[in-house]
Design a binder for this molecule. Structure first.
Ligand SMILES: CC(=O)N[C@H]1[C@@H](OP(=O)(O)OP(=O)(O)OC[C@H]2O[C@@H](n3ccc(=O)[nH]c3=O)[C@H](O)[C@@H]2O)O[C@H](CO)[C@@H](O)[C@@H]1O
Ligand SMILES: C=C(OP(=O)(O)O)C(=O)O
Length: 425
């Protein structure tokens, strides 16, 4: 994997066909790896772990904290032995590489009574503050200080608290849920995030001896326990990778079976695609997507789960680019998540952007171009658009793609796309 690699797509006549297998979810496995910090005895085996650069980064973070982890990439299994003692510091070097590593803060604090974690800072899709995480820790009795780019938290032992999140933040819900597992007493988190990745985390925590109830609803109740142990768990399927291939099939008049896709996890996307004229067939071993000749335009707004996911927004705009007529996309979760549209303009997309609303005049001729990805989902969306644009599209800055998609070009090639990855040097 190299950031100087490029993906080349020759588009204009692609009709994807076949079956695609989906990996375990990046957004599930990262907090699951952080949860390993909580175990003080036994061994853990996580299976269905995706081979992604973010997973390597998270493994480095928790290794640095003294948790023994080994990633068997052939079998997609992470094995870990509980640490007797965990370190308190997650340094800048790791947290700056991957914001999601902030979710180690709750587990470190719960295990050690103190933690020192580098502030993650923003990223290209928005400023991404962590105030909700910190206010939750404070409610549980932690004293928080900011010092030289680090957040330091201290509490001899966290205590249970009633926490209401102003916004159902995924990361804050995960961080506070993990902190509460070892706290003294019961914690209630209201207006909690309801994403399937939250449910997956609660499932692992409960297997490790925690007492978490209500995952998947907006109220979590966590009864603190004295200690936690290792457990075996298989990572839930990546609904965003699955959704990306569903859109790929829909926009290329394709016929693709997305293996073992979970309808419940992709309900808002599937509902929109059906509205746009896509055929969605539930089969015993997955969901089949058949793309029509003429796609209808749509109005989409991103909202926390079970609303339309912001992580599918860029890919959905690629589908809207193909739909005939005027579509709208409103991004309400992140304030700067339209950068892919500027790149798509270079491919001939007719789009008008006013603040968080994009007006896409779809169905016009698109031409391949040299473009660069600005974030993870932008890179996938540009590759998707490359399949329907005439001529050659080259997508660079693949470090973003490698954070969240394993062998994306290989999977598309297997479905019939004319695509290759050129190695840098
Ligand atoms: C690793 C991972 O799982 N990443 C996902 C997670 O990110 P992440 O957990 O960072 O996203 P959040 O749900 O926390 O953020 C959503 C919104 O809340 C704001 N906010 C968040 C926390 C806080 O303390 N204060 C605050 O204002 C953010 O700036 C953003 O505008 O959920 C996002 C929203 O579904 C997804 O796009 C990311 O792919
Ligand atoms: C925004 C994303 O991830 P992260 O929160 O890890 O940046 C994503 O998965 O689309």
């Amino acid at each position: 994997m190299s950031n100087v690699d490029k993906i080349k797509i020759r588009g204009g006549n692609t009709h994807l066909n076949g079956t695609v297998e989906i990996e375990g979810a990046k957004n599930a496995v990262l907090p699951l790896l952080a949860a390993l910090i909580l175990a003080s005895e036994g061994e853990t085996e996580l299976s269905n772990v995706p081979i992604l650069s973010d997973v390597f980064t998270m493994n480095e973070v928790i290794r640095h904290l003294n948790v023994d982890v080994e990633f068997d990439e052939v079998n997609k299994v992470v094995k870990s032995k509980a640490a007797q003692k965990v370190e308190i510091e997650a340094p800048y070097e790791y947290v700056s590489k991957m914001r999601a590593s902030i979710v180690v803060m709750g587990p470190i604090l719960a295990r050690n009574g103190q933690s020192r974690v580098s502030m993650p800072g923003g990223c290209s899709i928005g400023s991404r503050p962590i105030d909700l995480h910190l206010r939750g820790f404070e409610a549980m009795g932690a004293e928080i200080n900011q010092n030289a780019g680090y957040i330091e938290a201290k509490a001899d032992r966290l205590h249970g608290a009633n926490i209401y999140l102003d916004f159902p933040s995924v990361g804050a819900t995960q961080n506070l849920m993990m902190a509460a597992t070892l706290a003294d007493g019961t914690t209630t988190i209201e207006n909690a995030a309801r994403e399937p990745e939250i449910v997956d985390l609660a499932n692992l925590l409960n297997k490790m001896g925690a007492q978490v109830q209500g995952a998947g609803t907006d109220t979590l109740i966590i009864k603190g326990v004295e200690k936690m142990h290792g457990a075996n768990h298989s990572v839930v399927q990546d609904r965003i990778e699955a959704g990306t291939f569903m859109i790929a099939a829909a926009m290329t008049q394709g016929n693709v079976l997305v293996k073992d896709a979970i309808r419940e996890h992709n309900r808002p996307l599937l509902a929109k695609m059906i509205e746009m004229g896509v055929e969605v067939i539930e089969e015993p071993d997955g969901i089949r997507i058949i793309g029509p000749k003429h796609l209808k335009p749509s109005k989409v707004k991103t909202i926390p789960h079970p609303g339309f996911p912001t992580d599918m927004q860029a890919q959905m705009t690629a589908l809207q680019a193909v739909a005939e007529g005027e579509s709208t996309m409103v991004e309400t979760v992140f304030e700067n998540r339209f950068q892919h549209l500027e790149e798509m303009r270079r491919m001939g997309l007719d789009v008008d952007i006013t603040r968080n609303t994009a007006l896409i005049e779809g169905g016009k001729k698109l031409q391949g171009a040299e473009v660069k990805s600005t974030d993870l989902r932008a890179s996938a969306a540009l590759i998707l658009l490359g399949m329907v644009a005439d001529g050659e599209t080259t997508v660079g800055e693949l470090k973003h793609l490698d954070r969240g998609y394993y062998n994306f070009h290989g999977k598309l090639a297997q479905l019939g796309a004319d695509i290759e990855r050129e190695s840098g040097y």
